[in-house]
Every structure is written in structure tokens, then in C-alpha cells.
Design a protein around this ligand. Structure first.
Ligand code: ADE
Length: 233
């Protein structure tokens, strides 16, 4: 067994509850107006937290998991809106790379999603992506690998969704992943963003989100726990 300490992060309580319920020796800590659950999963050290929705809260939580709790690997679990027609409700997607669809200083001649000294696309850790593919194979699950676009908007509009899809070639969208990517990239911590589809970011999105949040979050959480097992091999 390794001595790694794995951060498992979600944005909402529904996204981490299926994980917290499976931990042993859980201790709860409050830091920065957020709760952190430190414990073990099948003998491995993990720290679990939900950030609250959006890029700013996600940045705070990811940074805290690394800097305050000393986590050396970060796995994100949650739900997303589908852009790609290949993705249906309940399907899993792993981010090959992530971008911020609402970052816009195009007035200065820069591309969407870019600020000086930053990058439009931040790649996830290649080793973790390969482990995810192994886990999917073992569990006979289909796992799509693609681009995830993040922004501080719940997208429920076909036109906005299509714009994000064509501008960034994104397959799915959500509200936290790229923040985690920026933090982990800057602090040299391998990360992985997994999402199960809850809606298609269209006019039915809020209705579908409410209906499928819990079931899709559980699909993602179960997969992430299998990733933790695989990391312990
Ligand atoms: N997460 C899940 N569905 C979403 C949507 N439609 N927009 C933004 N984030 C989401």
C-alpha cells in the first residue's frame, strides 16, 4: 500500500454523500467555512469535501485540500451537462483537458478562455486517465474521454451550449472542473475530473438536473471509489 493521501472533491452534498457514507474512521474538520471529512477507504487515506457550486468556491476547496490537508492526488466526482450527442443521462465522461468558457478578454485580441500567462486548455494527469480506462474496462463501463468546459453559469440554453461546443470543441460542461485544474496544475498535483451526465444543458436542463442529480452523482461516486481501490494496488 502507498502512503498517498487522496483528495476526493465534489461541488454539492449529493456528489460526495455516497463517498462519505463508505469511509472508515471519519473525522470532520471545518476550515474556511467548509467541512472536510478525513478518513480511510479500504485502508487508504482520503479527505473528502464538497466546495459549493462555482469556480471560486471550487478553487478555495481544491487549494485547501492540497495546502492544508496535504493531499497529493485529487479526484473530482460529480455531474455535468452534455454537449456531445454521444452522451446520455447517466453516462460517464473523464476530462482529457478542461477550459473556462466564461473567461473573456477577447476585447484585447486574446482567444476565449485565455488570459496572459494562463492556458486555454489544462490537461488532466495522463496516469490517472489510464487508470480510469482500466477501471472502466474491469467494470465493463463505457467511459468517454473529452473536453470539459467550466463556467459560472448553469447552462439551460441550446444556443449557449452550442457556442461552448463549437468554440472549445467541448463534450460536456459544468461549473468547477477547470478551477480544480488550474489549482492542481499550478501546485503540481495530479488530478482527474469525472462527471456523470445529469442533463443536456438545454431548455429541459433544470428539470432533468433535479431529477437525475442524485442517481448520476452516485454513478460517478462509485466509479471514483473504484479508482481509489486501483490507486492502492
Ligand atoms: N452541471 C450539470 N448540468 C449543468 C449545466 N446544465 N450547466 C452547468 N453545470 C451543470
Amino acid at each position: 500500500m502507498t502512503s498517498r493521501k487522496i483528495a476526493i472533491m465534489g461541488a454539492m452534498p449529493e456528489e460526495i454523500e455516497p463517498i462519505i457514507s463508505k469511509l472508515e474512521n471519519v473525522e470532520t474538520m471545518v476550515y474556511g467555512a467548509n467541512k472536510y471529512y478525513e478518513g480511510h477507504y479500504h485502508g487508504q487515506k482520503v479527505v473528502v469535501a464538497y466546495s459549493k457550486i462555482g469556480k471560486v468556491f471550487a478553487t478555495l476547496t481544491a487549494t485547501t485540500l492540497i495546502e492544508k490537508f496535504g493531499c497529493d492526488t485529487l479526484l473530482f466526482s460529480g455531474v455535468a451537462g452534455a454537449i456531445s450527442d454521444e452522451l446520455q443521462i447517466g453516462d460517464l465522461i473523464i476530462a482529457k483537458s478542461l477550459c473556462q468558457h466564461d473567461l473573456d478578454i477577447t476585447a484585447f485580441g486574446h482567444p476565449f478562455g485565455y488570459v496572459p500567462e494562463g492556458e486555454v486548455f489544462i490537461p488532466a494527469d495522463a496516469t490517472l486517465l489510464n487508470i480510469a480506462k482500466d477501471v472502466a474496462k474491469q467494470k465493463e463501463l463505457t467511459l468517454k474521454e473529452g473536453i470539459i468546459a467550466t463556467g459560472d453559469q448553469f447552462v439551460a440554453d441550446e444556443e449557449r451550449k452550442n457556442w461552448i461546443g463549437s468554440t472549445f470543441k467541448a463534450d460536456a460542461l459544468e461549473m468547477e472542473g477547470a478551477s480544480v485544474a488550474v489549482v492542481c496544475n499550478a501546485l503540481n498535483v495530479p488530478f482527474f475530473i469525472l462527471r456523470a451526465i445529469s442533463d443536456s444543458a438545454d431548455m429541459d436542463a433544470s428539470f432533468n438536473f433535479d431529477e437525475f442529480l442524485e442517481s448520476s452523482a452516485k454513478i460517478s461516486a462509485d466509479f471514483v471509489l473504484s479508482m481509489v481501490d486501483e490507486l492502492g494496488q
